[in-house]
Design a binder for this molecule. Sequence first.
Ligand SMILES: [Zn+2]
Length: 94
Amino acid sequence: MPVKRKSRGRRKGDKGSESLVHCDNCGALVPRSKIQRVTVRSSLVRGDLARELKQMGAYIAENVLVKNLCISCAIHYGILKVRSRDERKPKQFL
Ligand SMILES: [Zn+2]
């Protein structure tokens, strides 16, 4: 059977079934191996002020947020990109 993507777009290999995870943006149920994990760091202090405080030797804690995104949300936010026509797998003509 011809497949469009390597490992059919997943990372599970020959593992069999696996748990489903909700997308943090749209709530879609997606297999765990297909999800895109994104780590977002956010600081409570503004950038220029944080730089000044760090130079003075202060420790500023950062909020680390891990998001699980489905493929379509990852493409929407620019984390994944649609491959150009040349990069796509060549079509098989019979
Ligand atoms: Zn989504």
